[in-house]
Design a protein around this ligand. Structure first.
Ligand SMILES: [Zn+2]
Length: 254
């Protein structure tokens, strides 16, 4: 039975992942998520339902469109697989409960934000606002100020960073979307964790961005998709948080 539950949860995750791919592709391009039904971005031909089965169709088609044979982005199977694992992980953690759904929302939102912000420098409000609200429900057994302090700490510290950056470089580096996303993370994870996530996200962003500049994949003047780095840092924190946090504190004890 336990094995059946796990497989079932994973498959539901794959199906949701397939839907997240639609969201990642369509919402920043302002295409309706209902109509038209799935189409190939190269030849615009409609994708038949049997070519649209998560993971399996990609493998059967060898990662190419049935009609024009152009490659299908690897992002599709990657998002599907990761969503499968998000569902499985959340189930392992909280079984079938409301908390499972809230955790799935958080991890799914980070996955979707990662890809949309990386490509379009947009962090969707339709994830940030519900995220801030659901954070309160996720922590319902704690005192309500837990989420509230988290929101203040997350949004406040990014606002300060934004002002410092504006003074130093006279350039917009942190947008409203980043600030709201920090509020979302703070609401879910509280002020201690959100401050650490912002710190780690900024550090990761700086290192990876400089590497990309060094290998000429990006220009030094390019926009840094900070939301994508906050998403990575949020996931790292969720999985290895405690361990990292003590390692970080120990650095200052020498
Ligand atoms: Zn095609």
């Amino acid at each position: 039975m336990e094995l059946f539950n796990r497989i079932f949860t994973f498959i539901i995750g794959l199906v949701f992942g397939s839907f997240y791919n639609v969201l990642i592709y369509r919402t920043p391009r302002k295409i309706s998520i209902i109509k038209p039904s799935s189409f190939c971005p190269h030849c615009q031909r409609k994708i038949k339902f049997y070519d649209n089965i998560p993971l399996i169709s990609f493998l059967i088609l060898g990662g190419r469109c049935r009609f024009c044979k152009k490659p299908i982005s690897l992002r599709y199977p990657i998002v599907e697989l990761l969503t499968g694992f998000i569902f499985l992980f959340s189930y392992e953690k909280f079984n079938f409960s409301l908390k499972t759904i809230f955790l799935i929302f958080l991890l799914s939102a980070l996955l979707i934000i990662f890809f949309i912000d990386w490509e379009f420098q947009i962090i969707p409000d339709w994830l940030n606002y519900p995220g801030i609200l659901l954070g309160f429900l996720f922590n319902i057994e704690r005192f309500p100020l837990f989420s509230f302090y988290g929101i203040i700490a997350g949004m406040g510290s990014l606002l300060i960073l934004k002002l410092i950056w504006l003074l130093l470089r006279k350039k917009e580096a942190i947008g409203g979307g980043d600030i709201k996303m920090a509020g979302f993370l703070g609401s879910y994870l509280g002020y201690k964790k959100v401050l650490f996530i912002i710190f780690l996200g900024a550090l990761l962003g700086l290192i990876i961005f400089l590497i990309l500049v060094a290998i000429r994949k990006r220009n030094i003047k390019d926009y840094v998709p900070f939301g994508s780095f906050l998403a990575i840092s949020g996931v790292i924190n969720l999985f290895f948080g405690e361990y990292l946090f003590y390692w970080y504190l120990n650095l200052f004890k020498r």
